[in-house]
Design a protein around this ligand. Structure first.
Ligand code: F6P
Length: 359
């Protein structure tokens, strides 16, 4: 049984197709998908689809997931409201595991980000034969050099950045482009390097707005007359004025679309004289067709996931390391996030290109 959980991501369908195609090379395997992550199997009757050739044909080029998804809470935690309306969560991992056994699945492949892989790990500890497939456009999952969807997001962001450069240049403006990246600045950093930004602000390097203004003023003093800034949605100011915490109740709308405008406000407050315009890319970064690299990575992840099932190598997550498709322990992959190293070669290289991190 396959489940796709958390936010969608270009390449999910390619993984599903990869699993199905590899499974069909073996006798007697049927592949089912649970609708809307693990919610599908918990419904009565369960919402499942049996995959066949026509259902997976050509889907590797389509964004989204044919199985649909949800990131509304952890399916292993059941919310119960008390008489005063207070909500407490009860661990129902046992119930979910029992349901998987009751439905008679030989194995589960759980495709998802950090939250979903923690769920895979918990189900594995409850005896479920499960394999994880890492997914996130943010590229912030530990245990793999890259996740599928990331290259597509970077390409979309870079294409958008290129468009902003010509309009910034014509109007002598400061353009602030906000990209996704709640906990990690991978999309912002790659876009800043690929697009040729002057300033890049990411969660891993808290910035000082005065340093940002200094870099803007340097550009204008040199007579260049325009500046392009890329900011990750999780960027933080050193003084804590931008600290939107991920997953906080009701915080989504503040986070997405919040930082670009907040930075603009801060720049004006410290005396920026230039005209500033803000662009929030939002969910365009997660939509549409996956670029070729993501299709390749996702398809190979699907094949590898089924091979791990065949080997009985459960409790593992497929992974891309040193140009090879391998596997790692779920426990290792879910320990922490994969962050940009502020002292690493990517940041140093960006600095070598004159990109300021406002630090
Ligand atoms: O997939 C992770 C992510 O892209 C984050 O960068 C962003 O905060 C989040 O998704 C937005 O999710 P939602 O679709 O719930 O608004």
């Amino acid at each position: 049984m396959i489940s796709t959980g958390g936010g969608d991501c270009p390449g999910l369908n390619a993984v599903i197709r990869g699993i199905y195609k590899r499974a069909k090379q073996e006798p007697d395997w049927e592949v089912y998908g649970s609708i809307e992550a693990l919610s599908g199997i918990m419904r009565d009757p369960p919402e499942l689809i049996k995959l066949n050739r026509s259902k997976v044909s050509g889907i590797h080029v389509r964004g989204g997931t044919i199985l649909k998804t949800t990131n509304k809470g952890n399916p292993l935690q059941y919310p119960i409201k008390d008489a005063e309306g207070r909500i407490t969560f009860h661990d129902i991992t046992d119930k979910v595991a029992d349901r998987i056994r009751e439905l008679g699945f030989d194995a589960v492949v759980n495709i998802g980000g950090d939250g979903s892989q923690k769920i895979s790990e918990a189900l594995h500890r409850h005896g479920i034969p499960i394999v994880g497939v890492p997914k996130t456009i943010d590229n912030d999952l530990k245990g793999t050099d890259m996740t599928f969807g990331f290259q597509t997001a970077v390409q979309i962001a870079t294409d958008s950045f290129d468009k902003l450069v010509t309009t910034a240049e014509s109007h002598h403006r400061v353009m602030i482009m906000e990209v996704m990246g709640r906990d990690a600045g991978w999309i912002a950093l790659h876009t800043a390097i690929g697009g040729g930004a002057e300033i890049c602000l990411i969660p891993e390097i808290p910035y000082d707005v005065r340093e940002v203004l200094k870099r803007i003023n340097e550009r204008y003093e040199k007579g260049r007359g325009f500046v392009n800034i890329v900011i990750a949605e999780g960027a933080k100011a050193k003084d804590g004025t931008i600290t939107f915490s991920a997953g906080e109740e009701g915080s989504e709308h503040v986070r997405l679309g919040g930082v670009a405008f907040e930075l603009s406000r801060q720049l004006k407050a410290v005396g920026c004289k230039q005209e500033i315009r803000e662009t929030v890319l939002g969910h365009v970064q997660r939509g549409g067709t996956p670029v070729a690299f993501d299709r390749v990575l996702a398809s190979l992840f699907g094949v590898k996931a089924f091979e791990l099932v065949l080997e009985g190598a459960f409790g593992k997550m497929v992974s891309y390391q040193n140009n090879s498709i391998v596997s790692v322990d779920l426990a290792e992959a879910t320990q922490s996030y994969h962050h940009v190293d502020p002292k690493g070669s990517l940041v140093q290289g960006a600095k070598g290109l004159g990109i300021s991190f406002g630090d």
